[in-house]
Design a protein around this ligand. Structure first.
Ligand SMILES: [Zn+2]
Length: 440
C-alpha cells in the first residue's frame, strides 16, 4: 500500500459564449479573429473608461451553480484582483472575492466550494520579427466573461478527476453557456496537489503546502501532469525532504513538472470591492425563475435513459454526451416503435455503425433501417392467417371497433404482431386488418 494519499482540489475556468464581453460591448467571439480588432477603451483598460456588467454572463453563472446544487448569494459583488502582467492592461482583473455568485454544491461525493465570475485576460503571442524574438499582445480576449469553479480538495485519483471535469464540460454544453472546448482554450484546468500521510488523514488535517499545476489544456495532459507531480512529491517526501508551495507547469517531452513561480496568496492580490460596478442583488423569486429555466441535466438524463431504455452505462454516456445526440436518439426510438425497432438496436446503429452521421434526421435513419430489415418481414399469407386468428379471438375488441371505437385498431395490430413475432410489415398488417374488420 502507498504511504501517501494524494489530496487534490480543482479550479476550472470556463469562458462563457455570451454575445458581448463581460464589462463592455465588444464581441466576445475572439477565437481566430485578427489581433486587436475586438477592443474598446474598457477592455483595453484606458483611463476613465467605465465597465458595466453583462447580465447574460451573470445568469449563465447562476445556472451553472444551480446545476450542481449551489446556493445563490442574494447579494454578490465584484472585486479588483491586483497583479502585474502585460496581458492585463488595467493591472487588476475584475473578479469576485468574498461574495461569489454561487456557494457550495456537489457532483456525487465531490464538493464544490464556489463558482464565481471574472474577466479573461489578453493573450501573449511569441513571434520572431526581423530575426528577433518578440512578444506581442492581443487584447481580443481581454474581458471575455470567465466563470471559475473551485472544488474542495476531495480528489485522490485522476479517474474521479476526469469524471468530474467531463461532467462540468457536459453541463456547460447542456446549458448552452459555453462550448467548453479545451483546444480552443474555452475550458482551462488547474489542480492543487499535495500528499497526505495516513496519520494526517486520520486526524483530518490537510498538508501544509500545495502545488498548483497550471495551464493544462486537455484531460489527457492533466492526467499525465498530475501523476508526474504525485511521483515527484512522493520521491521528495520519501527522501525526508520538504515541498514548497508553488506553481508548476508540465513538460510533456520530459514527462515531469517544472517550477514556474512561487505561489501567491490571497493577500498578495490586494483585493478590494470594484468601485465602478454596483453590487448584484437577487430576490428569491429571481433565483427560482432562473432555476426553473434549467433544461434536463446530464445526471437526470443519465437516470431517465437507464430506466426507460435499459441500455448499458457505456452506451448511455455516449448518447447523452451532447444534447443534440440524445434528442436524435430519442426521436429515432419513438419513430422506430412503429416497426418494433428496439432502443438497443438504434443505439447500436448510432454508436457502432455511426449511421446518425450519414442521416442527419432521425427519420432518415429509421427509413434506412426499415429498408434493410424489410426482407425479413413475414409474407402476405402469414399476415392474413394471423389477422384472421386475432379477429376470431378478440371478439370484444372487434365489437368495440364495430361500435365506432377506432382506437382498438392499434391494440389489434399489436396482437397480430405478437403472433408474427414482430415481423409483420406494419402497413400490410394495418391494411389486411382493416379489410378483415370492414368486411364483417
Ligand atoms: Zn471592449
Amino acid at each position: 500500500m502507498n504511504k501517501f494519499t494524494p489530496i487534490i482540489g480543482l479550479e476550472v475556468h470556463i469562458e462563457l459564449s455570451t454575445k458581448s464581453k463581460m464589462f463592455c460591448g465588444c464581441s466576445s467571439d475572439h477565437f481566430g479573429k485578427a489581433p486587436n480588432t475586438q477592443v474598446c477603451p474598457v477592455c483595453l483598460g484606458l483611463p476613465g473608461a467605465l465597465p458595466f456588467a453583462n447580465k447574460e454572463a451573470v445568469t449563465a453563472t447562476v445556472k451553472f451553480g444551480q446545476a450542481f446544487g449551489s446556493r445563490i448569494n442574494s447579494f454578490s459583488k465584484f472585486d479588483r484582483k491586483h497583479y502585474f502582467y502585460p496581458d492585463l492592461p488595467k493591472s487588476y482583473q475584475i473578479s469576485q472575492y468574498d461574495m461569489p455568485l454561487c456557494v457550495g454544491g456537489a457532483f456525487e461525493d465531490k464538493r464544490i466550494r464556489r463558482v464565481h465570475l471574472e474577466e479573461d485576460t489578453g493573450k501573449l503571442v511569441h513571434e520572431t520579427i526581423n530575426g528577433e524574438k518578440s512578444t506581442l499582445i492581443d487584447f481580443n480576449r481581454s474581458s471575455v466573461p470567465l466563470m471559475e469553479m473551485v472544488t474542495e480538495p476531495d480528489f485522490h485519483d485522476t479517474v474521479s478527476i476526469i469524471r468530474f471535469l467531463k461532467e462540468a464540460q457536459m453541463v456547460a454544453r447542456y446549458l448552452g453557456i459555453s462550448n467548453a472546448d479545451m483546444e480552443k482554450g474555452s475550458m482551462r484546468l488547474e489542480a492543487n496537489i499535495s500528499l497526505s500521510t495516513e496519520e494526517g488523514i486520520k486526524k483530518g488535517e490537510l498538508p501544509n503546502y500545495k502545488v498548483e499545476l497550471k495551464n493544462i489544456n486537455s484531460f489527457k495532459f492533466l492526467e499525465k501532469a498530475i501523476n508526474a507531480e504525485i511521483k515527484r512529491q512522493e520521491e521528495i517526501l520519501t527522501a525526508g525532504g520538504t515541498i514548497h508551495s508553488e506553481t508548476r507547469g508540465y513538460d510533456e517531452v520530459k514527462q515531469t513538472t517544472y517550477s514556474q513561480r512561487s505561489k501567491e496568496e490571497a493577500k498578495d492580490y490586494r483585493y478590494f470591492p470594484e468601485p465602478d460596478l454596483p453590487p448584484m442583488r437577487f430576490t428569491d423569486g429571481e433565483i427560482e425563475e432562473i432555476k426553473n429555466s434549467l433544461p434536463e441535466l446530464p445526471k437526470d438524463k443519465r437516470k431517465r435513459f437507464a430506466d426507460k431504455y435499459s441500455l448499458s452505462n457505456d452506451y448511455i454516456e455516449i448518447l447523452i454526451s451532447n444534447p443534440g445526440r440524445s434528442s436524435y436518439f430519442e426521436e429515432a426510438v419513438s419513430l422506430g416503435q412503429n416497426w418494433n425497432l428496439s432502443a438497443k438496436l438504434i443505439a447500436d446503429l448510432m454508436i457502432n455503425k455511426k449511421l446518425d452521421l450519414q442521416h442527419p434526421e432521425p427519420a432518415g435513419l429509421i427509413k434506412k433501417v426499415v429498408e434493410i430489415i424489410k426482407v425479413e418481414y413475414s409474407d402476405g399469407s402469414d399476415v392474413e392467417t394471423a389477422v384472421n386468428e386475432v379477429v376470431a379471438e378478440e371478439s370484444k375488441a372487434v365489437k368495440d371497433y364495430n361500435n365506432g371505437k377506432g382506437e382498438v385498431v392499434g391494440f389489434l395490430m399489436g396482437m397480430v404482431q405478437k403472433k408474427l413475432k414482430g415481423k409483420g410489415n406494419p402497413s400490410m398488417v394495418r391494411e389486411k386488418l382493416l379489410n378483415k374488420l370492414n368486411e364483417r
